[in-house]
Design a binder for this molecule. Structure first.
Ligand SMILES: Nc1ncnc2[nH]cnc12
Length: 590
């Protein structure tokens, strides 16, 4: 390991910081006369911020020693706040860790914690570590989480979580937390492998994020007893308070599937909440279209508009995560000794910075980066086109042959929650026939290398001829539609291009988004992806999709951490009791 997330602090630099702080050596940068939000107290004062290279040496009323090399930035018009920290990024939602980094940095998010899930399950360990390293030494600080479970019912993926790999991940200096813990049920049932992973995380001194939607006080107690320290699943103020009372940090979400932040802040204010220091903010892996109005800057704006004292809102986005992850000696405040990640605002009520300074250099003006982040050579880390079967999918692969007269139908209740009804649908030769059944579609999960297919019937997803996607949590192909012939055409299209999302209607390709990185990520920049994904959402709405985010619906149809029915390698699975409602079919060997 050579690179590091924070620039190395040498003894020489420490000496220089002391000298600059006392005007015994010239500053390299002096931000003159700005109003500074003192994040530790909430005061706003007109102060000088003085730097040696990438670190702050002095904050106060005195003027620094300068020389001809000192860069002086006049900031009388600006309010300075610390760089924002996104503690919960799923950096594979059509964008990739680098494109998200660029976009977030341009808007003032100077540190990200990335989910390692698809990378960890698909890459070899040295590739995973290579990827982490390739994203180090940047103006944006890229930290990671280490998953404890694969979040899909696939034993091959579960086997990748070996003791040795977990230990390497958890000891990695760029990994700040374990989680998110979605198999908490197995942990509470005493699963030795899960207990061992929690123990490893604690021994490594890492935070543990859990994923406990709707959890009771009893469940939260048990998960905290097992070592969990944070949870981002609160959907009302009482759930936030329940977590804080038990010692958790609570992260409030403004995400495409849970845009709860405004209501949470209002609920907490109405309830007289006085404890905001253990609260953080996240966009929780929202797809590009949802990030159009910003990243953590947008979360702060929403919190302020909901009535929160601006100083508290900024603290939730900077100091609180820095303290939680043990980084506040280096990040989270504009104060001596810290890295100079400083945002220049026009107005405290507008958190989108007009200038972003990271590591002591201006890196963005008016949401446009003024430098280029280092390229990542994805293929060096095994991040390539998805290895898939040949494009030989046939229409009859999507047939659904229910064992009894009643067919288990998956109903989408919102963007991500499903439930199952047993319904009577037209059958021809024992196969479900949807030609006359409005609102119902065929849905399949096809193993990416063509070993098996799980088929079923879905309603509530809209009404279109065909959609195929390699963007799925299990990494397999999700294929939906009313017309099996076009479904096969759509599947073959994305197999031929080794990854992507496409839609066919009336025999025509209506939408085509190649995803050349592991079938879930594009190599285009975020601005392009904001447009592409907004277009996809529009098309889906026109096709009858009614919920907040069709991209998440695709991702999670194969994710077994959510209720109540999912598509898996063994069949259509009832999550509640583990029953297979429709078994997967093995496909003939190629
Ligand atoms: N648990 C999860 N896994 C993957 N992506 C997510 N986005 C939000 N929650 C997620």
């Amino acid at each position: 390991m050579t690179a590091s997330t924070l620039k190395h602090l040498t003894e020489e630099k420490l000496g220089a910081l002391i000298a600059v702080s006392q005007c015994k050596a010239p500053a390299t940068t002096w931000i003159r006369g700005a109003q500074v939000l003192q994040i530790y107290t909430g005061e706003i004062s007109r102060l000088n911020v003085v730097m040696f290279e990438d670190r702050i040496a002095y904050v106060g009323e005195k003027e620094p020693l300068t020389d001809s090399n000192t860069q002086i930035i006049d900031a009388q018009e600006h309010i300075l706040v610390p760089g924002y920290i996104e503690p919960h990024a799923h950096s594979f939602q059509i964008y990739n860790p680098r494109s998200l980094s660029e976009y977030a940095l341009a808007r003032g998010t100077t540190a990200l914690l990335h989910d390692n899930l698809p990378f960890f399950v698909q890459l070899r360990q040295h590739e995973m570590e290579g990827l982490i390293e390739a994203l180090q030494d940047m103006p944006i600080k890229n930290y990671w989480w280490a998953r404890l479970d694969p979040q899909v019912g696939d034993s091959a993926l579960a086997q990748r979580f070996t003791h040795e790999r977990m230990s390497r991940m958890l000891r990695h200096p760029a990994v700040l937390q374990a989680g998110e813990l979605t198999y908490w049920k197995a942990l509470l049932d005493g699963d030795p492998a899960m207990i061992s992973r929690m123990h490893q995380a604690r021994e490594a001194g890492k935070r543990i994020e859990t994923h406990n939607p709707g959890a009771s006080v009893e469940t939260l107690n048990a998960v905290a007893a097992a070592g969990a320290t944070g949870c981002h699943e609160s959907i009302n103020a009482e759930e936030v308070m329940r977590r804080i009372r038990l010692g958790y940090y609570a992260t409030l979400r403004h995400s495409s599937i849970r845009p709860d932040l405004s209501a949470l802040v209002k609920g907490l204010l109405d309830g007289g909440c006085r404890y905001w220091d253990r609260i953080m903010l996240t966009t929780d892996g929202s797809p590009p279209f949802f990030l159009q109005s910003g990243v953590i800057d947008e979360c702060i704006r929403i919190a302020i508009e909901a009535g929160l004292d601006p100083a508290a809102a900024y603290r939730m986005a900077s100091l609180n995560p820095a303290v939680y992850y043990g980084l506040d000696q280096d990040l989270g405040g504009i104060s001596p000794g810290r890295i100079a990640d400083i945002l220049f605002l026009d107005d405290l009520r507008n958190p989108t910075p007009v200038k972003v300074m990271a590591n002591g250099r201006i890196v963005s003006e008016n949401k446009v980066l003024t430098l280029t982040l280092r390229e990542v050579e994805w293929s060096r880390f095994g991040i390539d086109a998805l290895q898939v079967m040949d494009p030989v999918v046939q229409a009859d692969w999507f047939e659904v042959c229910p064992p009894k007269e009643q067919v288990p139908v998956i109903e989408l209740m919102n963007a991500v929650i499903t439930r199952c009804h047993f319904e009577t649908l037209p059958l021809i030769d024992g196969k479900v026939h949807l030609a006359e059944a409005t609102g119902y579609m065929y849905v399949s999960l096809l193993h990416k290398e063509g070993d098996w297919i799980t088929t079923g019937i879905i309603k509530g997803f809209g009404d279109f001829d065909a959609l195929a996607s390699t963007y799925s949590l299990s990494g397999d192909l999700l294929i939906l539609g009313r017309d099996p012939v076009q479904m096969a055409q759509a599947a073959n299209h994305i197999l031929a291009q080794q990854g992507g999302i496409c839609m066919y209607h009336n025999g025509e390709l209506r939408f085509d988004l190649p995803l050349p990185l592991l079938g879930t990520m594009s190599s285009s920049d975020m601005e392009t992806l904001v447009g592409e994904t907004a277009h996809f959402v529009r098309l889906m709405r026109e096709s009858g999709y009614k919920f907040a985010d069709p991209i998440y619906s695709l991702l999670f149809l194969s994710a077994t951490h959510l209720p109540k029915v999912r598509l898996t390698s063994t069949g259509v699975l009832n999550i509640t009791d583990g029953r297979i409602l429709l078994p997967a079919r093995q496909l003939p060997p190629k």
